[in-house]
Design a protein around this ligand. Sequence first.
Ligand code: NAD
Length: 335
Amino acid sequence: MRILVTGGAGFIGSNFIVYMLNKHADCKIFNVDLLTYSGNLNNLIKVENNPNYKFIKADIANRTEVNQIFKLGIDAVVNFAAESHVDRSIMAPDIFVKTNVLGTQVLLEEARLNKVSKFVQISTDEVYGSLGEEGFFNEETPLLPNSPYSASKAGGDFLVRAYYETYGLPTVITRCSNNYGPFQFPEKLIPLIIVNALSEKAIPIYGDGLYIRDWLYVEDHCSAIDLVLNRGVNGEVYNIGGNNERTNLQLAKTVLRELSKPETMIQFVQDRPGHDRRYGIDSKKIRSQLGWNPMYDFETGIRNTIHWYLQNQDWWKDIEAGEYRNYYLKQYGTR
Ligand code: NAD
């Protein structure tokens, strides 16, 4: 199968490419990525010389560029490419609409004209909005996004649905909970905690720290996407969750304990506007219909992740020396 993976230089996309090339000798991957601040070809060193892998720098929102890429002969699309950080969407929403809505539509249109056999849209549980203390999001939960990021992802999802309903494009949408693991950009919560702890910097925690997220190890997410790509039913949505709900405060304490650092490093900072209180995912559908099972419990996943950031300090120190410094200063008012 010749697969167009967009956003493959980012966190989940790069993990997915390595996972697929290791698992399937017969797949050829075209990684299309604009290399924005979060795209990093250092994530793909393991596969850069693999004959079944090709990188193309392009913008998914640019119709001319995307049109050229489809001429290479594409059987399936997995669309990871996105502006992905909620805090950045609050600072500057425009680019979120361009990439996450328009970019998705450009890919859908070229996929339709080129008659691809599968289009997998990688979405998020954040499109469902916020939960109280009880209950879970299932695939029938109405979409009630609260941030410019989640609204733009919901916009992309609606277009995917429309291309299935209107044109019969064989689409599938996955909605996953928060991922963690190797190669995650340090602006996201778990790497932020690890990297700040290792750099002896305060750990910023929003509001009262009692916001709850469900954590999914990235390799488990990759195995779920592989299943959906090969066996997902067209027109369907599949939720993917780790069954690992933690408050942000619990998470920070766990990481600090693993690194033998004091809890006094935690610093409560002003809350994020429109902050969703809790996400919780019901992933019964993908488990029962496609037989997906996560392999990693949270304790193993978080230890692997901490170990990776300890072993790969050059990777994140390079990032910290770049644009990330300015973002961090703007967001937290300190370096
Ligand atoms: P990321 O920010 O690490 O990677 C995004 C990648 O997309 C980067 O390599 C970037 O260069 C690329 N990109 C951005 N704009 C582009 C454009 N216009 N054209 C081509 N490439 C472009 O994000 P991630 O954490 O790997 O997330 C991947 C996908 O998974 C996103 O669609 C995101 O919404 C979704 N998701 C992520 C999480 C999570 O916890 N990380 C949770 C749920 C859903």
